[in-house]
Design a protein around this ligand. Sequence first.
Ligand code: HEC
Length: 139
Amino acid sequence: MRKPLTILIALATTMFAGATLADPARDAILAKFAAEAKAADPGFTGFSAARGGAFFRASQTGGSAETPSCTSCHGAAPQDAGKTRANKAIAPMAVSKTPDRFTDSDKVAQWFDRNCKGVAGRVCTPLEKGDFITFMAGQ
Ligand code: HEC
């Protein structure tokens, strides 16, 4: 009896979240970024999937010349697999394809730190991180 109930709860959660795939761990990570974004800018009104998508595709300077964009490794489409510079496959960033994306706060913190420095030569802001996850959760 446990399984149907779990599926029902998962379905209900997904329905409430609309187009975005909800997960309690991912929601907690987003809530933390939202609090940080609000602290940085009292005018913060919420994350934007559109801004997150633009950030994902943007070409940046300041980081490594070989990786000017998130798409340099993650691929042009969030639904597709990416690859590292050493040609190792990276599972798609789209949550519909890789459901456990952005559910481990240590992993999220570690990779945002590393990849934002590699692409833009700086850490990402809480707004950029929240927008990025919001975008990927709807993909
Ligand atoms: C040099 C290659 C490379 C670039 C460029 C890159 N990434 Fe990544 N990223 C990786 C690898 C490798 C992983 C870890 C493997 C995995 O999670 O499948 C990863 C994982 C992540 C994760 C953790 C995902 C999770 O499941 O929690 C986040 C967040 C992330 N990247 C964000 C970004 C953002 C934002 C950019 C652009 C600013 C970016 N990445 C650019 C290689 C890259």
